[in-house]
Design a protein around this ligand. Structure first.
Ligand code: SF4
Ligand code: SF4
Length: 355
């Protein structure tokens, strides 16, 4: 019996309209929650280090996808009782497992038919931008006029340019299906596909400001708006203090009290810090996957936004019950509650030699 392999040279993607429909159906069947297409001309004027044409100069289309974060993955943080699921299944699992499966499989579908396709998710670790790599002379462009390694396509902007939704005041990408509960992936390809219009549906961000007031890191400055023009559309979002988010999202609060490094909530860094009242952990939990450590559970930029959108009923993915069901909790670190010594699971979890 001969080996079996895939069919190559299939010739059904020559018409951009038909190809777009076929590719979108495949993407949904492969696990994307929404899929849209932007023609490469929409990236005209992109900064060099964010320009997909630097990666594939012959690119004709970008296919954008959203992958929903299950609302249930935020339930445990919302109730204050189960924190790892959002990091593990909510975005770590999507970023490192689920999304790559879809963008790789769709790229294979396109390459089987003779067009090149780059599967692109959140793994862009050798960044030449906004990290210190390039500016620290850890890399150089391979030739004058080319971008430094590694070009990082702005995924939220890509989702916007593929017609998948809006960028909110919080700079979170908001889809009409899931609001801020999305991870975004793309495929860059030299396949010509009929583009989708830029999103022009019901207003998703109404500038309610809940993301700003609920962010434990006070990371948003709505008086300092970042304004960009994307394919002829004016888009703006609040300036974000990424350093402040970087500390607060892990559950840490800066303090003027001098705390020895080994007694700090986060040992790393040269700043004195303690657990904020939005963290029940005495020390920052270890990372899940490469990055997962979202103790704040995106209290402002995601959960407050979900509650705002819940109240307005604007999302397509509707639920029988509201997301927020009880008052928001805070940990009183001056008088922390005792562990629940009478909880049944503590008894039942103890294994004996007879087990
Ligand atoms: S919380 Fe309100 S202002 Fe912030 S992004 Fe969501 S809808 Fe926009
Ligand atoms: S992740 Fe948390 S700290 Fe960061 S912007 Fe969102 S709400 Fe603020």
């Amino acid at each position: 019996m001969a080996i079996m392999t895939r069919d190559f040279g299939l010739d059904d993607l020559n018409d951009p309209k038909i190809a777009a429909e076929l590719v979108k159906k495949q993407a949904l069947a492969m696990g994307a929650d929404s899929v849209g297409i932007g023609n490469i001309e929409r990236w005209a004027g992109a900064p060099t280090q964010m320009d997909p044409r630097q990666i594939m100069p012959e690119a004709k289309s970008i296919i954008g996808f959203t992958f929903r974060v299950n609302r249930g993955s935020l339930r445990g943080i919302e109730e204050g009782t189960f924190f790892s699921n959002y990091s593990a299944m909510g975005y770590g699992g999507i970023t490192y497992l689920y999304m790559p499966m879809t963008v790789i499989n769709l790229s294979k579908y396109i390459e089987d038919r003779g067009y090149e396709a780059i599967p692109y998710g959140h793994q862009s670790d050798w960044k030449g931008i906004d990290g210190e790599g390039y500016s620290n002379h850890m890399s150089v462009p391979v030739a004058s006029g080319r971008a430094a390694p590694d070009v990082a396509v702005h995924l939220r902007i890509a989702a916007y340019l593929c017609g998948l939704g809006e960028i909110g005041l919080s700079k979170m990408f908001l889809s009409p299906q899931f609001g801020p509960r999305n991870r975004v992936g793309i495929v860059i390809t030299d396949l010509e596909l009929e583009p989708d219009p830029i999103y022009d549906g019901p207003e998703l961000c109404n500038k309610c400001g809940a993301c700003v007031t609920q962010c434990p890191g006070n990371a948003f400055d709505p008086n300092n708006m970042i304004k960009v023009n994307l394919a002829g559309h004016d888009v703006e979002w609040a300036n974000i203090d990424c350093a402040a988010c970087n500390i607060a999202f892990r559950g840490a609060e800066l303090t003027d009290d001098e705390i020895k490094p080994e007694d700090r909530y986060m040992e790393h860094g040269d700043f004195s810090n303690k657990p904020g009242d939005w963290s029940p952990f005495k020390n920052k939990p270890r990372n899940l996957y490469n990055t997962g450590q979202a103790v704040c559970g995106a209290r402002g930029c995601t959960r407050a936004c979900m509650i705002s959108m819940d109240a307005r009923g604007v999302l397509e993915n509707k639920f029988k019950e509201k997301f927020r069901r009880r008052p928001q909790w805070k940990v009183d670190w001056e008088n922390p509650p005792a562990n629940p010594s009478d909880a049944i699971y503590r008894e039942s979890a103890i294994l004996t030699d007879a087990d």
